[in-house]
Design a protein around this ligand. Structure first.
Ligand code: NAD
Length: 432
């Protein structure tokens, strides 16, 4: 089941629980705009490689499009459409004034030198410069990109536009307008939500065993914060495989992906437990499983074999709709991505506000406000779940869909485009 099929299945299920008119619903099954480009990138040896790049803008009824930029060999327009759709639900759920978008380049980032990564990012910025804008579409980091990538993206955008436009990109390093707390925010919200979900399902997080797939920005932060709360993180992994110690790993001693790529793959099994495959990690008998790497890892093929008591999604789209049904039937609660990892977009919103007001916030303010947004979203989903007696995902999607649908109806977007808002103005000759 593809990510897009999963996203559409989730929307269909949410629509059964929400009063939303047909026109709005059929619009939300498709992205509002899709921008594609063939991006030529000069390699260090002087050769030129043309890479496929995309930016999908799913919905902007609640505010400018918002979503990450992904560098990964599996990037497709369909996958970005699914990810952009989830961004629409995520921004609505944590109630920040944005819509949903996602961009990507089909490339293996580890095969690029730093200079090639910079040239690619600047070329991407030039291709999509008219599609981005602090009031139009605001990108951020995702799989394979980081704060440095966002600094290049923002810099190239501003060079082309000819002036400073803080707020056009979030997830930047603090020295060029990034917010303190942005990098750790998705992992922090995963842990805050895991804490609530554990309490709800009668698991003591301070005494729980946890397995985390992916040791990047989201996974490593979540693993370390879970360790700080007393949980035993018994397994972690990266793209090359994982390490498992039933007595608990010292996750602070393993470098995260940004610090040393493939550190989990390369870490000495003698010091850090036994080697374990990514597939076996997902089937460990643990209290909490946190898939925090890539999508579609929990499928109809392995959902029967998952032994975790609770799943908290750190990655976007790790569970296919088919796996969701199996896990629901087996009574394994799955706390969805759009709720659990939403801390990233919340602090991106804070960064956007700080850039626009040109007043930096303290770490204390960021963390306090972040927890407020995430816990309010948790409460809304919990109430919906209890009222409708449904899964966490169905409840989260229903809350988000009702907010997005209300924005469409209030703006009068349920009417056909000809009587609705005009398309953005473009000067003659601009790429549509
Ligand atoms: P990252 O690039 O920082 O780290 C990714 C990690 O996953 C690395 O350890 C990598 O080795 C590992 N990995 C890659 N392919 C894998 C595979 N097939 N199996 C197991 N591990 C694999 O990425 P990130 O920013 O931590 O993003 C991880 C997930 O979280 C993605 O799904 C992303 O969309 C989602 N997410 C990221 C953010 C953010 O702000 N960075 C916010 C919300 C959600």
């Amino acid at each position: 089941m593809s990510a897009l099929e999963t996203a559409r299945d989730q929307l269909r299920r949410a629509a059964e629980r929400v009063d939303v008119d047909e026109a709005t619903l059929s619009r939300l099954f498709e992205p509002e705009r899709v921008h594609r480009a063939a991006v030529p990138v000069e390699r260090d040896d002087g050769g030129v490689e043309t890479l496929t790049a995309v930016r999908v803008q799913h919905d902007d009824a609640r505010g400018p499009y918002k979503g990450g930029l992904r560098y990964h060999p599996d990037v497709t327009e369909a996958e970005c459409t699914a990810l952009a759709t989830w961004m629409t639900w995520k921004t609505a759920l944590v109630d920040v004034p944005f819509g949903g978008a996602k961009g990507g380049v089909r490339v293996a980032p580890e095969e690029l030198s730093d200079a090639e990564r910079e040239r690619l990012t600047r070329a991407y910025a030039r291709e999509f410069v008219r599609d981005f804008g602090r009031d139009r579409d605001v990108p951020a980091p995702d799989l394979g990109t980081d704060a440095e990538t966002m600094a290049w993206l923002a810099d190239e955008y501003e060079r082309v536009r000819g002036d400073h436009r803080p707020g056009v990109v979030t997830g930047k390093p603090p020295v060029v307008g990034g917010s303190v707390g942005r990098e750790s925010a998705p992992g922090r919200s995963v842990v805050a939500v895991a804490d609530e979900a554990c309490e709800y399902h009668g698991i003591d997080l301070a005494d729980a065993t946890v397995a985390v797939q992916g040791f990047g920005s989201v996974g490593a932060t979540a693993a370390r914060l879970l360790d700080d709360r007393g949980a035993d993180v018994v397994a972690v992994s990266d793209a090359g495989g994982g390490v498992h110690d039933p007595d608990g790993l010292d996750v602070h001693a393993v470098p995260a992906h940004a610090e040393t790529p493939n550190a989990v793959t390369d870490c000495d099994a003698a010091d850090g437990g036994d080697r374990i495959s990514n597939a076996a990690l997902l089937e460990l008998d643990v209290d909490v499983l946190v898939p925090a790497a890539v999508g579609d890892v929990l499928t109809a093929d392995n959902a029967e074999d998952v032994q975790a008591s609770l799943i908290v999604e750190g990655a976007n789209g790790p569970t296919t709709a088919a796996a969701d049904r199996v896990l629901e039937e087996r009574g394994v609660p799955v706390v969805p991505d759009v709720l659990a990892n939403a801390g990233g977009v919340v602090v991106s919103y804070f960064e956007w506000v700080q850039n626009r007001t040109r007043r930096p916030w303290t770490r204390e303010t960021v963390l306090e406000q972040l927890d407020g947004h995430v816990l309010a979203a948790w409460d809304a989903v919990r109430e919906r779940r209890e009222a409708a007696d449904c899964s966490w995902r169905d409840a989260a999607c229903a809350v988000a869909l009702s907010r997005v649908a209300r924005a469409h109806e209030t703006r009068g977007r349920t009417r056909p485009r000809a009587t609705g808002r005009p398309t953005p103005e473009r000067t003659p000759g601009e790429r549509p």
